[in-house]
Design a protein around this ligand. Structure first.
Ligand code: X90
Length: 279
């Protein structure tokens, strides 16, 4: 079937081999500059600029028109968005799909609110790709992805929550603790798609072992893992090794965050998406 997958750029994914796929960018904005989170963004350059920048910075999500213009001529579209609890992206995508279906009554559209971001979104996108290739019809794919999403999880470790707090996505008191030397905030995407801090881990060793413990606690038993890191490939590789030491067959992918997740996860941040037990 001719179905297209469209994700916002919070998934950190620009292309998807063998699928009709498009990424719709969010934007990172300072008073001086706008960074569009697409393939042309120099993420390292943006991180560097922001580390020198003293003013306020914020982000904006794709609007209805941005989503709509990505749909193209297909029998149906699946949109995958960052958590609706922290962004308007889901809402825009829903309005875009509503318009698209009323203008094209023969076409189908469905929006998946990941209640998460980054690596967990990619797990969902890759599952969608697999379901589309197995020639299921639209509603079967929709039902199966709803089921799959109950088993995907996101755990993070953040060294700074400054941009999250400055933009009202976590409270300032929590962010202050993360500012203390050597403390990493380990937590998870909650069931309602917000940040839930589970550990205040001192030092990287502790943070990595807390992440792994929490993965086991969420029913991880050797399924697929994706680690997205912001300027922290060494910690990502260490975690990947810890996982593969215990689960030899585990498939673990490591990649860098793109613009949106780099802005909020900040340098040192790790986002870990994995298949685990039922949420
Ligand atoms: O609409 C917008 O401007 C985008 C706002 C996004 C705000 C949150 C981004 C979080 C990015 C941080 C750690 C993991 C969070 C878990 C999500 C529930 C990554």
């Amino acid at each position: 079937m001719d179905y297209k997958i469209i994700a916002d750029s919070s998934a950190d994914l620009l292309t998807l081999d063998g699928a009709e796929f498009e990424s719709v960018p969010l934007k990172i904005l300072t008073k001086d500059k706008e960074y569009v989170d697409d393939a042309s963004l120099d993420v390292s350059g943006m991180i560097y600029d922001l580390s020198k920048y003293k003013g306020t910075s914020k982000t904006s999500c794709p609007n209805v028109g941005d989503w709509k213009s990505s749909f193209g001529e297909h029998e149906g579209v699946f949109c995958v968005t960052i958590t609706s609890n922290l962004s308007g992206s889901y809402n825009s995508a829903c309005l875009a799909v509503e318009d698209y279906m009323s203008e094209n009554p023969d076409k189908k559209g469905y929006v998946i609110d990941t209640l998460s971001t980054g690596p967990e979104a990619v797990l969902i996108i890759e599952k969608l790709q697999e379901l589309i290739s197995s020639h299921l019809n639209f509603d079967e794919i929709k039902n199966k992805i709803i089921e799959y999403k109950k088993k995907t999880h996101l755990i993070f470790s953040l060294e700074s929550l400054r941009n999250l707090a400055n933009n009202g996505r976590v409270n300032h008191a929590v962010a202050k603790i993360a500012g203390l030397l050597g403390i990493r905030m380990v937590g998870k995407a909650s069931d309602v798609g917000t940040l839930e801090i589970t550990n205040k881990s001192r030092g990287e060793d502790r943070a990595l072992s807390d992440i792994f413990k929490n993965m086991l606690g969420s029913g991880y038993e050797g399924g697929k893992v994706r680690i997205h890191h912001c300027k922290n490939s060494s910690a990502a590789e260490r975690l990947s090794n810890m996982i593969r030491e215990k689960f030899q067959k585990a498939v673990v992918f490591v990649q860098e965050t793109r613009g949106l997740c780099s802005f909020y996860a900040e340098s040192g941040g790790l986002l870990v998406g994995f298949e685990g037990g039922l949420k």
